[in-house]
Design a protein around this ligand. Structure first.
Ligand code: SAH
Length: 417
């Protein structure tokens, strides 16, 4: 199963590796409770014991499966989205494809295959790939897939920690942080990335807003529990809006900072960002959950051995773009993929496949991506685009003098000329 939003999977019994739990328990005993964000950061990306650092179990044999791992069609349609935007923006002669949290590298691989198939269209364009990945284990898997493992660690290019060349000859660079990626015209991609970033959790009480913290249970050795902060924490002061009506709120400031950076870069250097994830538009309350072996996992049990995640708040991302770019969406995955022509692509693949097993596999993966009960409804697409991509700068003065701008594919039907 994918990490479905409804969380219908059974809860798995705790157990497994205790190193991270011991480390956290020592820390909590020494200096008191930590925010959920700090707990999540440790559990996921601690350099020695973090889940993504050591386990990173994406795929059928891991802890959760993602759309690019389900069907190659997913990445192919996203590749077409970038080409369609590149064309709509006047075919600039160079662009960087920047993926945040590339997992096993499958999505980039599928996109690069489309770029290669459409090499005649992109012939005069200089393309490079820039991957932002904290996990050494996953970056190794990405390098093996994209470059056949032929990579150079710590290259002279200052900010990258690794570089290589894709099978089709495109240079590929790895960074730990988006800030390392050189400036320049860029197409950004974040698929199931923002949901992995640390969230703060807040609860409304009779005494006002309190932050949910993680502490050690005094009754049971090495067991973690949630507690409420005795007073307003700095995070509660900064992140809760006065007009907030919910009783329980999750905020991901790191997502806000990254969106600000993407929006500033797009405003300055051009390009676009496509964000795809499960999430809501500022309406949900308690979405923090864990996954291990494709089952829901208690977030406080055996940290470091399970994926921890929370729904993305798209209204917060929109706000954090601060008007530097236009935003589109969120739009449901099934609508986005339908607009991108998934039905036609499925028909072609079905016609070209001879054996029943392949045809069944194609239909099954289509159903996973598109069925509203599966990934079709709870996953969303959201984009940042330069203002001029949606409105001619001089449109207000002389509306009739400009030809209409091409619609943005995915959010509208794909029209490739
Ligand atoms: N996009 C992939 C993987 C999603 S899992 C897919 O859809 O299959 C989340 C990815 O983000 C992993 O590659 C993980 O190692 C990476 N990641 C998590 N936190 C990160 C951070 N703070 N900075 C960079 N990468 C991070």
């Amino acid at each position: 199963a994918a990490r479905l939003c409804s969380g219908e999977a059974q809860v798995e019994a705790p157990g497994g590796d205790a190193a991270m739990l011991r480390h956290l328990a020592r820390k909590l005993r020494a200096s008191g409770p930590v925010t959920v964000a700090e707990y999540m950061r440790e559990a996921l990306t601690n350099p020695a014991q973090g889940y993504y650092t050591r386990r990173g179990g994406i795929g059928e044999s891991g802890d959760f499966i993602t759309s690019p791992e389900i069907s190659q069609v997913f990445g192919e349609l996203i590749g077409i989205w970038y080409i369609s935007e590149w064309m709509a923006m006047g075919k600039p002669n160079t662009f960087q494809l920047v993926e945040l949290g590339p997992g096993r590298g499958t999505l980039t691989e599928d996109i690069l295959r489309v770029f290669n198939q459409l090499a005649s269209v992109l012939s005069k364009c200089d393309v490079s790939v820039h991957l932002v990945e904290v996990s050494p284990k996953l970056s190794e898997i990405q390098a093996a897939l994209l470059t056949g493992g032929k990579v150079q660690p710590n290259p002279d290019d200052k900010s990258a920690y690794m570089k290589g060349v894709s099978k089709s000859g495109i240079p590929v660079f790895w960074y730990r942080d988006i800030q390392g990626v050189p400036p320049g015209y860029s197409f950004y991609l974040a698929h199931e990335f923002f949901d992995a970033l640390p969230i703060h959790k807040f609860q409304r009480t009779e005494k006002g807003w309190r932050e949910v913290l993680v502490d050690i249970d005094p009754e049971v050795p090495d067991q973690l529990r949630f507690v409420l902060s005795p007073s307003r924490t700095p995070a509660a002061q900064n992140f809760i809006q006065p007009e907030e009506t919910r009783d329980h709120v999750e905020v991901c400031p790191e997502a806000g900072v990254i969106i600000q950076r993407l929006a500033s870069r797009i405003e300055k250097d051009g390009g676009a960002a496509l964000v795809a994830d499960y999430g809501h538009d500022g309406t949900k309350t308690d979405t923090f959950r864990g996954f291990r072996n494709h089952k829901l996992h208690d977030v406080l049990s055996a940290p470091g051995t399970a994926d921890l995640t929370a729904d993305v708040d798209f209204s917060y991302l929109r706000k954090m773009a601060q008007g530097r770019t236009a935003t589109l969406g969120p739009i449901k995955q099934r609508e986005f993929l339908r607009n991108m022509g998934i039905d036609l692509r499925l028909q072609v693949l079905l016609q070209n496949s001879r054996d029943t097993a392949t045809r069944e596999q194609l239909l099954h993966s289509y159903d996973m991506l598109m069925n509203p009960e599966k990934m079709g409804d709870c996953f969303n697409f959201f984009a940042l685009l330069p203002h001029h991509r949606l409105v001619h700068p001089g449109k207000i003065d002389k509306p009739e003098s400009k030809s209409p701008l091409p619609p943005v594919a995915g959010f509208n039907e794909l029209l490739l000329k």
